[in-house]
Write a protein that binds this ligand. Structure first.
Ligand SMILES: Nc1ncnc2c1ncn2[C@@H]1O[C@H](COP(=O)(O)OP(=O)(O)OP(=O)(O)O)[C@@H](O)[C@H]1O
Ligand SMILES: [Mg+2]
Length: 319
């Protein structure tokens, strides 16, 4: 791991063991497990915002929790830069804040845990953070229930910044919010990103959002990383058919249609994924080879792609 690497995932997998049903128990059968994440590899370098995008259930939160060290992988390795402090912002602003704590204690918690400030300076620091995220220091005396979803996400951001992170992991930080509130929170995050030179892993199902936020994008489908490339390259020269379909289906940033299943066809059952290429059941180009062989993640001119065919889909679309 070089000094500039913040996080390295090397063929990381996560299998959840299913719970046995009554019938399975009665017959002594093992429950169907679920491979939520399969051999995902990528490296995040200092100062960059790496985005991950994919449909609901594809394994994004599982990857986020493993990246944050909250969940152990069942396969592969995770390399972490010990000199970096990480903080995570969670998907659901309604369950991520302890309802029994006042906001000022929630925000102060990472400061206390990491002993970042002398005791007498904590109140002042909390007030400053609340102001920075657009709340008032008086809000510190209230409980989370007093706030809307957008305000709660501001509290989560203040709490994360209180930990003085070098590395921020954001799991769908705006997907529970209205479109107009989402724009405010994204602006706020972009401001901090630039000001504090934060390295981030930014996760979302929303393609326009990840385009706005990330320098590089990884596209995830059914637990697999199917494409990885710089942000504008992904949009102008997608190499994986799934990426192309996502781009064609993506609404504008301010659109009200925020469907989690933007492309035709159903997501296969993750406990019983297709043979060969996991995307083949929805792929317009799939053939027998795709059913028989699982493609490797290959390096191509634009980045990396997990597809048997090097389809330059920008040219195909233009033709
Ligand atoms: N604790 C768990 N036990 C068993 N299965 C789980 C568990 N957590 C997640 N899963 C399953 O693993 C798969 C990936 O879930 P995950 O929450 O990582 O997806 P996601 O991309 O974050 O989805 P969403 O967009 O809905 O947040 C899903 O099929 C989910 O049902
Ligand atoms: Mg999730």
């Amino acid at each position: 791991m070089s000094l500039d690497d913040v996080l390295i995932l090397n063929a990381v997998s996560k299998a959840y063991g299913g719970r046995a049903s009554m019938i399975e128990k009665a017959f002594g059968r093992r429950p169907k497990g679920l491979q939520a994440v399969r051999e995902v590899s990528f490296t995040i370098r200092k100062g960059e915002v790496m985005g991950l995008v994919g449909e609901s259930g594809c394994g994004k939160s599982t990857i986020a929790r493993m990246a944050a060290g909250l969940l152990a992988p069942t396969g592969g390795e995770i390399g972490r830069n010990a000199a970096m402090r990480e903080q995570m912002i969670f998907q659901d602003p309604f369950s991520s804040l302890n309802p029994r704590w006042r906001v000022r204690d929630i925000v102060a918690e990472p400061i206390r845990t990491h002993r970042l400030r002398p005791k007498k300076a904590i109140d002042e620091r909390v007030a400053e953070l609340l102001r920075q995220v657009g709340l008032s220091p008086e809000d510190g005396a209230k409980f989370p229930q007093a706030f809307s979803g957008g305000q709660r996400q501001r509290i989560s951001i203040a709490r994360a910044l209180a930990g003085e992170p070098d590395f921020l992991i954001l799991d769908e930080p705006t997907s529970a919010l209205d479109v107009s509130v989402q724009a405010q929170i994204l602006d706020l995050l972009r401001g901090f990103q630039a000001e504090l030179h934060l390295t981030s892993l930014f996760i979302t199902h929303n393609l326009p959002v990840v385009r706005l936020m990330a320098d590089r994008i990884g596209v995830v489908y059914l637990g697999e990383l199917v494409e990885l490339a710089p942000t504008e390259t992904i949009f102008h020269r997608p190499r994986h058919p799934y990426t192309r379909l996502l781009i064609d289906a993506a609404p504008d940033l301010d659109a009200t249609d925020r469907s989690l299943h933007p492309i035709p066809g159903d997501l296969p059952d993750p406990s019983d994924p297709p043979s060969g290429c996991v995307f083949r059941t929805r792929c317009p180009f799939a053939n027998e080879r795709c059913a028989a062989e699982r493609p490797e993640l290959r390096t191509v001119e634009t980045g990396q792609v997990r597809c048997h065919y090097d389809l330059d889909l920008s040219q195909r679309a233009a033709a």
